[in-house]
Design a protein around this ligand. Structure first.
Ligand code: GLA
Length: 363
């Protein structure tokens, strides 16, 4: 029996930059998913502590991918892809148990797939190196589940480290650990789950990705990562479509913000990152247009309640907001959001504070 745990994540800054070969700065959370892999006598069976029905499929059977529930595809997808790549995967029972809230934009799916992939690699003695394990988890989500995501969530779920954010270059997937000691700075990172229902998030995510790729093609660069801050005005002048211009401006300025936040953190200037986080939110709201009233309200309420900076985190259209707040101002900031939500007629938000935790590991 092999047991692995992998975490969910929040992203400090760098949204929708990963699939543009750019930079992101996430950290691993305490909440996550635990996967247990055991030998079985026949078939592959998958159970989740959060689901009523187990899913059993014929070993090696690739058919029926569309017929199994979506959550199980994150598990079976790893078994299918390994088989497809020539691994003789034996009969197995895989049990998963997660405490990442689903639909909150905290990457419950990365926690699931990374815990399963780590446990399978270990249990079957595959000896996958860091890059191969990451590629497997990303391929499960992109190819087996069919979500066109950019890889940030899996990368940090695998490689996160306690006390550090992970500066990821999403072109070559190299990662650099950057220290983040919130307590030493007298600060806390408040995570507000707006509980806003994700509206059209799948279709809108794919549309943003296609729009960015089209803009890169029109500009004649491999990816928007290749447009530098110095080249931005020139690039904007060469694009006719306002949507393309807004996407390019978001991605180019967001990449610059990731590197600047990272430099501040390296130097221990945690508080100085606040205005950059807030600028990131404005860019997501006005240029990339992926926010919703609940997240904008949460950001405004956090700033009005003493946060040094605040922004939506994750793919958008709902989900969570982070606020960098003085350690002794956490309750006041959370109260501020609660009041603003009640005034606006929104449902009750949830909140917690987060510090960087370890990535995937054997238990
Ligand atoms: C989701 C995706 C990531 C990334 C973010 C936005 O979390 O899974 O790959 O694109 O949205 O930054």
């Amino acid at each position: 029996m092999t047991v692995w745990r992998a975490p969910g994540r929040i992203n400090v800054v760098g949204e929708h930059t990963d699939y543009n070969d750019g930079f992101v700065l996430p950290f691993a959370l305490e909440v996550g998913c635990t996967a247990t892999v055991e030998d079985a006598t026949e078939d592959w069976s998958v159970r989740s502590a959060q689901q009523d029905e187990p899913v059993v499929v014929r070993r090696g059977g690739l058919a029926g991918a569309g017929e199994v529930p979506e959550w199980s595809r994150y598990v079976l997808g790893a078994l299918w892809l390994l088989t497809d790549r020539g691994v003789d995967v034996p009969p197995l029972e895989v049990v998963v148990d997660a405490d990442v809230p689903t639909g909150a934009g905290l990457s419950s799916s990365a926690a699931l797939v990374c815990s399963v992939a780590g446990a399978l690699d270990d249990h079957l003695g595959l000896g996958l190196d860091d890059d191969a394990l990451f590629a497997l988890t990303r391929d499960v989500e992109n190819d087996a589940v069919g979500a066109p995501t950019g890889g940030m969530d899996q990368l940090v779920s695998l490689r996160g480290r306690e006390g550090h954010v992970l500066l990821c270059d999403m072109r070559d997937h190299t990662t650099t650990l950057v220290p983040l000691d919130l307590a030493a700075a007298g600060l806390a990172l408040l995570v507000v789950d707006t509980r806003a229902p994700h509206r059209h998030s799948d279709g809108e995510y794919g549309a943003r990705r296609r729009g960015c790729e089209e803009a890169a093609r029109l500009l004649g660069v491999p990816a928007l990562r290749d447009v530098s801050s110095d080249d931005l005005d020139d690039a904007l002048g060469r694009l006719e479509d306002d949507e393309h211009r807004r996407y390019v401006r978001h991605v180019v300025t967001e990449n610059a913000r990731v590197l600047e936040v990272s430099r501040h953190l390296e130097a221990g200037r945690v508080g100085d990152t606040g205005p950059l986080l807030t600028a990131s939110h404005a860019s997501m709201r006005d240029d990339f247009r992926i926010t919703v009233p609940e997240v904008d309200t949460a950001v405004e309420a956090l700033l009005a309640s003493g946060a040094l900076g605040a922004r939506m985190t994750g793919g958008g259209f709902g989900g969570c907001v982070i606020g960098l707040v003085p350690e002794d101002g956490v309750d006041a900031a959370a109260d501020g959001v609660r009041r603003a939500f009640s005034d606006a007629g929104f449902g009750e938000p949830d909140w917690f504070t987060a510090t960087p935790q370890a990535g995937a590991r054997r238990l």
